[in-house]
Design a protein around this ligand. Structure first.
Ligand SMILES: [Zn+2]
Ligand SMILES: [Zn+2]
Length: 284
């Protein structure tokens, strides 16, 4: 694995760039500038293909970086809690005619559709304009978590259901024999067993980004809230022989000094583990 800030996509390049690493609510402050205050958004490049994971407030900055040339991209949502979709109406490429943006969710059907949920977010008096305002060719697509998706030649995305209120979907992107997994928001199982659904998805993966929102002390008063700890992420990654474990979905109350402490503890327990920060690029 290499860490760099280079975001140039070469033809066969495969990387993940973090545009938002925070959970629940944006946390901009002088005390969070190093790890970042924006909510969940990842850019995954598979050669020429752009895959986006989650549409938190980080999505606005990613969108601004994409302006000036035609865009054809997919946005895969883990779920539709507000911190993961509130960036969608501010993703400027959706307002540019000629762009193609396909949005996907694996946790809603058959009771709901992604289009219905986005409409219920973009509705007066909560929001001034409906999704019909988008000028790009925007599509809203539903699938069942567990399905395998094929966004382009040589790219495969396996999915699995996660353990979260109102459900969530975990993703594993495979390209050129390497893999990047994205698992947020999810809570480890109460019986102490490792979640078999997650273990199956991350087996032998190169990079696993995992919901590590709480410390173990905090978790004791937040059971059932749908989030996990870095210690549980480390157990899963060790059992599944993952190469690089990435701590993600930082609690909004965990400032830079707190996250430095987490990073030091994680580094001791799991050599090579990484704490996600805005702007960070990881290559498997
Ligand atoms: Zn979240
Ligand atoms: Zn959530």
């Amino acid at each position: 694995m290499r860490v760099s800030n280079d975001s140039q996509a070469a033809v066969d390049d495969f990387y993940v760039k973090f545009w938002g690493v925070r959970g629940s609510i944006p946390a901009p402050s002088p005390d969070t500038v190093r790890y970042g205050g924006n909510t969940s958004c990842l850019e995954v490049r598979c050669g020429a293909r752009l895959l986006i994971f989650d549409g938190g407030t980080g999505l606005r900055y990613l969108g601004n970086s994409l302006l000036g040339k035609p865009l054809d991209a997919d946005i895969y949502l883990t779920h539709t809690h507000f911190d993961h979709i509130c960036g969608l109406p501010f993703f400027v490429p959706l307002f540019v005619p000629g762009n193609a943006v396909r949005m996907w969710a694996g946790h809603l059907s058959p009771e709901l559709t992604l289009l219905k949920v986005v409409r219920e977010m973009m509705i007066a008096p909560l929001f001034p304009v409906p999704p019909e305002i988008f000028r790009a060719n925007a599509s809203f697509n539903d699938f069942q978590a567990g399905a395998t998706l094929s966004p382009g030649p040589g790219i495969s995305i396996r999915t699995a259901p996660l353990n979260h209120p109102n459900r969530s979907t975990g993703y594993r992107v495979e390209f050129q024999g390497k893999s990047i997994c994205y698992l947020t928001d999810t809570e480890h199982l109460a019986d102490g067993q490792l979640d078999p659904s997650i273990l199956g998805l991350i087996e032998g993966a190169d990079i696993v980004v995992y919901d590590s929102m709480y410390t173990e002390a905090e978790y004791r008063t937040r059971m059932g809230w749908g989030h996990s700890t870095w210690q549980e992420g480390a157990k899963l990654c060790q059992a599944a022989k993952v190469k690089t474990f990435v701590v993600f979905h930082h609690d909004p109350d965990h400032d830079d000094a707190f996250m430095d402490q987490v990073a030091a503890e994680v580094a001791k327990a799991v050599p090579g583990a990484v704490v996600a920060a805005e702007g960070m690029v990881l290559r498997p």
